[in-house]
Design a protein around this ligand. Structure first.
Ligand code: ATP
Ligand code: MG
Length: 407
């Protein structure tokens, strides 16, 4: 081919490439104008997402990215005090649960929000739900969690009764306790949960329990189904009495809620059921009455507990009665609760946790700190600060590490 011929071919090729580039550019422009980001962008995002997951950093997503992952928030998983939760799927097959947080995204709270998210995102344990990332934009505040295929424990306790064997329920109780022990005693930034309840215990494909929503109490304001008078903590029925009063708040408030959860696991019913006869309406009180009178056979029959599970159930009742003691100092630390459930220590006979309900009778004054076995926890009662419900909550990280989810 002559020099002129080669030049013509080169010019034609260059024009063709130019046309292809122009068409691609126009298409991408049209897509972004229509609010649909390029899928290649999302793929890049996911690669980075997995990379960051390995590095254990929470990732900052844009609202567009979450819109794509949730198919424009099409699949509602449920909703609670913070807002709605939607199922999402990233293009690499990773399933997520996107929790939309109510309230505005004030610039002033962005710093605080990211610091809290950073703490939550770097708190890892087999029995804690993993936070992948978050979104903080004017129109959307959201948290992105790992998706738990079996949903929350309340479904199995109150709806699909008897689908989980009692032994498995015991394992779920123990795993949940492990998650809380980690939050209270083992992780770098000690965290009080404030909202332990069956709706916040999620179950993976193997029914391994994962405590959800830890660290959230400081992140948002709740709706009126939650305690608000002392700073937006807890859910009625599970919240410790001190959360409703201007009294010191410590990790013992989670122990109380855990005790209430334990009762619901044992009874496979909501603790309060006004459809039942009066004596059985409030399960914890009924359980105490049966326990006190030694009427365990009737207790097991009513709860549908088989002979083989009787000893395990009795142990769980005793632990629950210790956990819901009225005075925080009478409740054991979570580490000891775990040991009791695992059978590592003998469980003394619990005193009546409902003594204060009998008018004129002072609540029992047992101080559990002198009885505790778990070394690190014994001194924790000294952390109580009168009149400040915030002091013992999740500390704010000064330096946080967050990655933007774009390439
Ligand atoms: N990571 C997750 N995987 C699967 N389902 C989830 C996940 N997170 C939440 N859900 C579902 O969404 C429901 C609502 O969760 P949400 O946390 O908003 O409410 P809640 O736990 O009932 O109350 P609270 O606001 O006090 O936590 C849960 O009960 C659960 O069924
Ligand atoms: Mg929840």
């Amino acid at each position: 081919m002559s020099g002129t011929g080669a030049a013509i071919v080169l010019v034609i090729v260059a024009i063709k490439i130019g046309i292809v580039v122009a068409v691609c550019y126009k298409r991408a422009q049209a897509r972004s104008e229509a609010g649909v980001p390029d899928s290649r962008f999302l793929t890049l995002t996911i690669d980075k997402f997995l990379f960051d997951m390995e590095r254990e950093k929470p990732i900052r997503f844009s609202s567009d990215q979450l819109k794509i992952a949730t198919d424009n928030f099409a699949h509602l998983l449920g909703s609670g005090g913070f807002g709605a939760v939607y199922k999402g799927l990233f293009s690499n097959g990773v399933q997520v649960a996107v929790k939309i947080l109510n309230g505005s995204s004030d610039k002033r709270i962005e710093e605080q929000f990211m610091a809290e998210v950073s703490t939550i995102g770097r708190t890892h344990h087999l029995n804690l739900v993993r936070l992948f990332g978050f979104c903080f934009e004017r129109n959307l505040r959201a948290l992105v969690y790992e998706y738990m295929v079996n949903g929350s424990l309340d479904r199995f306790l109150f709806q699909e009764r008897r689908t989980i064997e009692f032994e498995k329920l015991h394992e779920i109780a123990v795993g949940t306790a492990r998650g809380i022990v980690y939050l209270h005693e083992e992780c770098q930034q000690r965290i009080i949960h404030y909202d332990i309840k069956p709706g916040n215990i999620l179950l993976d494909a193997f029914f391994i329990p994962k405590v959800a929503d830890f660290g959230l109490a400081k992140l948002c304001n709740r709706d009126n189904t939650h305690v608000t008078m002392t700073g937006g903590r807890g859910t009625p029925g599970y919240a410790a009495p001190e959360l409703w009063m201007p009294f010191p708040i410590t990790r013992k408030c989670d122990v109380y809620s855990y005790g209430m959860l334990l009762f619901e696991i044992i009874g496979r019913r909501r603790n309060l059921d006004i459809n039942l006869k009066e004596s059985q309406e409030w399960f914890p009180k009924w359980a105490w009455n049966k326990f006190e009178k030694g009427e365990t056979v009737e207790f097991m029959v009513v709860c549908g507990i088989e002979e083989k599970d009787k000893a395990m159930a009795e142990k769980m009742v005793k632990v629950a009665l210790w956990c819901v003691q009225y005075r925080p100092e009478s409740r054991p630390w979570m580490g000891l609760v775990l040991k009791m459930l695992e059978g590592g220590v003998d469980i003394p006979t619990p005193p009546n946790p409902f003594q204060h309900l009998v008018i004129g009778t002072p609540p029992n004054m047992i101080d559990f700190t002198s009885w505790t076995e778990s070394g690190t926890t014994g001194s924790a009662s000294s952390q109580m600060v009168v009149g400040s419900p915030f002091v013992n909550s999740t500390p704010v990280m000064r330096k946080y590490q967050i990655e933007i989810a774009s390439a």
